[in-house]
Design a protein around this ligand. Structure first.
Ligand code: WTA
Length: 650
């Protein structure tokens, strides 16, 4: 990759210094303190992390060694035992947090429910007993395909309590996606609901599970939460109602301690080739990573009401709706539905109603709010807010300024947090009250994180020029492997440059040492903050009988960040019609989920290829963006293909 392909055009020069008022009350109060701790975390990582692990987590059996590192395999807190659910729930009992709200839930129709830590404990214990009764034990896999309701978190925590491994499948994914994931990890049980509310309609989750489960022989039971009350088919012996099982379950549950490296969950995410990858996270290191970042990046206080809008089906929902906040004894505000139901001010209304103090969302959502109009924001006071966060994709300076002005009223620091499913926890982010911010930059590394921006030969690129983003040292919440495919784990993340973790992003570091992440440089698209592999969409496309060949590229999109454009060659004799175009879009949505529905399907007679037959995506990207073809086209096999594609643009 040459420097020209990763150019960063943004040259944002505004700097926002933390207010003295915020700084005075911050959990980490000065840049000097950050620098001192950061230096310790990279110079003496075992000492630093060992101390943090003792301070922030409760161990059943103390660990002997903080880190054992045999590149690329890390073991953190070796010999230690803990129970993750106990750390998130039980240890707050008998303290002032016992009767504090753990979860304030708001359903899309407006129903509100609060669970205190004591009540959450009771539910997690009962559900752990339910799972035990269904034969779930240490190491077994449980798939969770649920709406954003407290029971989703209860299901996750109950698995953690038993040392079982959960795999949450985003509720917007299709039955095909459920089938692939469940089969890959051989889940024994699926937790689901009759449905969930989304934009006033019921998303029929159980029906989707039914379509998948005929092809997933490992599944013995499906537990169904009654949420929306729509009719569902229950298969005798296999399907059980959540409430019936829970009503019959004892409330006492004695948790065991598990090895620090006991797997906690698998989360599937898109990679540049083939099927989604099962990213595996384990217990002690993951929990420490999420707990410490929640404490410092969100400056968490006992009195905060913390609102993260991510769905539990994504890593942000795992780390910053469930594990990080609960490990800190926080109050989380959880919302089931769409941000514009019943009106475009639903979030602002909720922030005022519950007095939310911290708000964490994605740039794509911010751009949607901007488009919906300032008047919807101005109707609400938002005076409870004190801190804002952003995650999922680069935030454009314009959206940053809008967030800062309209939502934060110029008073709330913004933490732009860069991290990934694989990193488990926030890697690069400002510390509020400490780090001066620049709109669009995720600024400086968190403790223990050593980002490097390198060129093709592994040399550090000069300040302010683009390169590939790598991480140098191991960190506690790093992925341990890809489920069932350690070779792919090594290939994907550790072979780009020996000794370094390759993030798949392009970035630059400016003269102040601030990191600016440009976006993915592999074949992964970031559509509305969700990772979608071009290979997945292509394979869904060619599974349609009318399609001979397909190539998927991203086109810059004002709202979604990137939009999906598919170039399709139909099979001979198939007429490329408008109807077929719509059918193909719907087909991909059925195969993967609505989030992967192509924005644009373009029929083509041929695709630009090299003489060796490789599709030249760079050219397709330029065509999709409507721009001229720049750069070298001499390796192109047949230039007339390009002219034909360009001519076809409407
Ligand atoms: C992108 C989401 C710029 C990046 C937590 C990364 C970001 C991918 C940021 C991971 C940010 C995430 N600035 N880009 N603050 N946060 N990304 O696995 O391309 O869904 O590699 O994890 O999102 O997406 P994932």
């Amino acid at each position: 990759m040459s420097d020209q392909t990763i150019t960063s055009v943004s040259r944002e020069s505004r700097v926002f210094r933390p207010s003295a008022e915020f700084q005075r009350q911050a959990n980490l109060g000065s840049l000097a303190a950050y620098k001192r701790l950061y230096a310790e975390s990279v110079n003496a990582p075992e000492k630093f992390w060992g101390r943090q692990a003792k301070e922030l987590l409760t161990w059943r059996r103390p660990f002997k060694k903080a880190l054992s590192w045999k590149l690329p395999h890390a073991k953190w807190f070796v010999g230690g035992q803990l129970n993750v659910a106990e750390n998130c729930v039980d240890r707050h009992l008998g303290t002032a947090r016992e009767n504090k709200a753990a979860i304030i839930f708001e359903g899309e129709p407006g129903d509100i429910r609060t669970l205190t830590y004591k009540q959450l404990h009771r539910e997690v214990c009962r559900f752990a007993n339910v799972l035990t009764g269904l034969g779930v034990g240490k190491g077994d896999r449980v798939a969770i395909y649920m709406p954003m309701v407290p029971e989703a978190a209860i299901g996750m925590l109950a698995c953690a309590r038993l040392g079982a491994i959960h795999t949450v499948i985003f509720g917007g994914f299709s039955s095909e996606a459920i089938k692939d994931r469940v089969n890959d990890c051989q889940a024994k049980v699926i937790l689901t609901a009759d449905g969930g509310w989304r934009r006033g309609k019921v998303v029929e989750l159980k029906t989707n599970v039914d379509r998948a489960v005929g092809f997933t022989p490992s599944v013995q039971h499906v537990v169904v939460l009654k949420r929306t009350g729509n009719a569902v088919t229950m298969t005798e012996g296999r399907d059980r109602w959540w409430h019936e099982l829970v009503d019959a379950a004892p409330v006492e549950h004695r948790a065991k301690g598990f090895d620090s490296e006991n797997p906690l969950f698998i989360l599937y995410t898109s990679g540049s080739t083939g099927k989604p990858k099962g990213v595996l996270h384990t217990s002690g290191g993951y929990l420490l990573g999420t707990a410490i970042t929640t404490k410092y990046v969100f400056d968490l206080k006992e009195t905060d009401i913390y609102f993260c809008t991510a769905d539990i089906g994504w890593i942000t929902g795992h780390s910053y709706v469930v594990y990080g906040p609960l490990a800190n004894g926080a109050t989380i505000l959880m919302y089931e539905g769409a941000p514009n139901q019943p009106g475009p001010d639903r979030f602002w209304e909720m922030i005022d109603r519950h007095g939310a103090t911290i708000f964490y969302t994605a740039p794509t959502a911010i751009r949607a709010f901007m488009r919906w109009g300032d008047e919807h924001v101005k109707k609400h006071s938002l005076k409870s807010l004190r801190l804002l966060g952003s995650v999922g994709e680069p935030i454009n300076p314009e959206a940053w300024m809008w967030y800062h002005t309209l939502i934060g009223k110029k008073r709330c620091p913004i933490v732009d947090t860069w991290w990934q499913t694989e990193t488990g926890a926030i890697m690069v982010s400002p510390l509020p009250g400490v780090t001066p911010t620049k709109p669009g930059s995720c600024t400086l590394p968190f403790f223990g994180v050593v980002p490097k921006v390198l060129d093709e030969q592994g040399r550090e690129v000069p300040r302010d020029s683009g390169g590939k983003l790598f991480l140098k040292n191991p960190w506690p919440s790093m992925l341990r492997t890809l489920w069932g495919d350690d070779d792919r784990f090594k290939r994907q993340y550790w072979s780009e440059l020996p000794g370094y973790y390759f993030a798949g992003d392009g970035a630059r570091i400016d003269k102040d040492g601030y990191l600016w992440v440009v976006g993915r440089i592999d074949d992964v698209l970031n559509v509305s903050g969700h990772r979608i592999g071009t290979a997945e969409v292509e394979s869904a496309m060619v599974s349609h009988p009318a399609v001979a060949e397909a190539a998927v590229v991203g086109r810059p999109d004002e709202l979604k960040g990137q939009a999906l454009v598919v170039f399709v060659i139909t099979k001979s004799g198939v007429e490329p019609t408008k109807e077929l175009r719509e059918e193909l879009r719907a087909h991909v949505a059925r195969e993967i989920g609505a989030l992967a529905r192509p924005d644009d399907v373009r029929f083509a007679a041929g695709l630009p290829k090299t003489r060796s037959g490789k599709i030249m995506r760079r050219i397709l990207k330029e065509i999709a963006a409507g721009g001229e073809i720049k750069g070298d086209t001499t390796t192109l096999e047949d230039f007339s293909v390009v002219s034909a594609l360009q001519a076809q643009e409407d």
